[in-house]
Design a protein around this ligand. Sequence first.
Ligand code: GLA
Length: 694
Amino acid sequence: MSSSSIIRTFWWSVLFVAVSSVAQNPTTSSIPTQIPGQNAILMGAAWYPEQWPESRWEDDLKLMEAANLKVVRIAEFAWSRMEPSEGHYDLDWLERAISLAAKHHIVSVVGTPTATPPAWLTQKYPDVLRVESNGQRVTHGNRAHASATSPRYREFCRQIVEKMAVRFGHNPNVVGWQIDNEYGYALMSYDDEARKQFQDWLAAKYKTLDNLNNHWTTQYWSEAYDNWSEIPIPVGGHNPALMLEWKRFITRTWTDYQQNQIDVIRKHADPRQFITGNLMGFFDGFDHYPITESLTFASWDDYVGSGHVDPAFNGLTHDLTRGFKRENFWVMETQPGAVNWHAVNNFLNRGEARAMAWQAIAHGADDVNYWQWRSALNGQEQYHGTLVGPDGTPVPFYDEVSQAAREFAQVESAFRDTRVVSQVALLYSYDSHWAIQFQKHTEKYNDNALLKSYYAALRPRAQSVDVVSAYAPLDGYKLVVAPSLNVLPKDLADHLLEYVKNGGHLVLGPRSGMKDEFNALLTQRQPGFLVDALGGRVEQYYALEKDVPASGSWGNGNASIWAEQLKSSATDDEILLKYGKSNGWLDDQPAAISRPYGKGRITYIATILDDKLMAAAADWMIQKSGVALAFGKVPDGVEASRRIGGGKQVYVLINYADDPRHVNLSHPMQLLLENKRGDAVDLPRYGVAVLLDK
Ligand code: GLA
């Protein structure tokens, strides 16, 4: 073993011990997603008692209890019921609903209703309604119609949330809060108020206009500003610096919008009540790392939409969500068979939703809630999937949910105090994502698709991958891959270099290290501040019209979409891949190089590899970095995952292949769903095994 791998192994064991020694007491988990006094993993549904006569509530709750559902999320759209006219509040009905749910052993997550201001509010104070980028004020009747920058709206939000927090902040049956609903899809108001706030925010950040003009290169196209009030909100194409700052301002707006509510909840509620927000996977309206900072944990709404679950994409999105706070998370909403908002709202196959529920747990979720329990009889979502039909009796899908919920209850204790611990991390950066989106250079370049192709290759070879902010601590990882780290300022380069110096293996993908934090071109060639460490640089980049052959130590194949011509200047650089005959510029030029640096290694892959080359590259990365499988060998189509903690290792195996699969275990384990010990499992299509190894 080399000294660098000894050091990596040392850090790995430190992390392993730290993680596996978290709270051993089964009733007081230190994991914020696991609620004291409740099962470690839970299942629930979105329930809207305000839409039904009170006489019906108990029937619904009995059916939920019979299905082993333990959680309802309620009230997130019920503002007009809770404040029927200005300053007149009625929360009694909600208190009765929460108590009745508790009678059926169901805890409540209360949503703040700020995605749907009532009609009296928007009519009396029309300035709370958003103005669209075309200058039109939106009308009442949908949702997310309020302006997140309106001080008046924020005050109304604060008042309703305060009433709710005072009433339910000490309610033992309320376990936590959801802020707003999907953060209004980050929609902004394009009114004078928002523009002034944006300008003030820029002034606070840049201090002087000279500074701003300099970083934005406003000598270009006569963009120079001599007054803060001249700076526009970008609409359509604009200066990339302005566009990136607008995205950051949107992030800041929604962070403040949520903090306004968090502050008032925290003032009145027991600290045991969590505060979360339901995010939307790869939705990119704002930067999710700052947004989730002041939440107890992250949650997301996991919808397949059309077609069927893509386990790699769904797994990646779970891992992205887990990475927001580098902690377990909840699936606040998921699809009960079908949605109503896609081109073809097909139903998931029988067994597919159960597999999805288990995949969520396998990737670090501790709760899965279906949206929704029963359709409102009218309203925009009449066709959406439910667990109960308009007649109030279960639909066939209810049985699949009951089965999964029963299984959760049966094996929950194994998951107590467990988390996902990975040796591999993919780095995600909203700044880089946006910078590329603003100027794709080729419409075919999709940085999220590239992230997914790395994930799809690395995940089965490690069986555990984290997706974390580029600024996250990297000590515990043997391999860190940044597929498109376009914005790579000095402080980030230093952070990554520290990781490499200490023995880590950093792999950069194309377009890395091109921009500074102002979205300006760096005055070094790519990868910018990492050129010296790499001992090589990008000479020129090309958007490809067609595939280019590439060959080297990963075999032969094709490069597509984007190709950078690398030049290596260090004697200890290894050229792993070269382009074949192409546009003349690329012919026979390096496409991937790698160099030992400090106690670690830095690798640059300058193009998009086809699946075969990507698989070989992933094999090389895994082997070179000493990454071990989290579980062990499994047949194709089976996803293996691991959670560790409380002195246990729990594995979840899911078969997504069309045919049955047989998996041999390396040694006998407890097969929790079958309640027996065994050394092999047979999985039908969508079959799930939960294995405890202690
Ligand atoms: C979103 C919303 C829900 C509901 C579902 C339908 O996730 O949060 O209120 O509209 O979509 O799929």
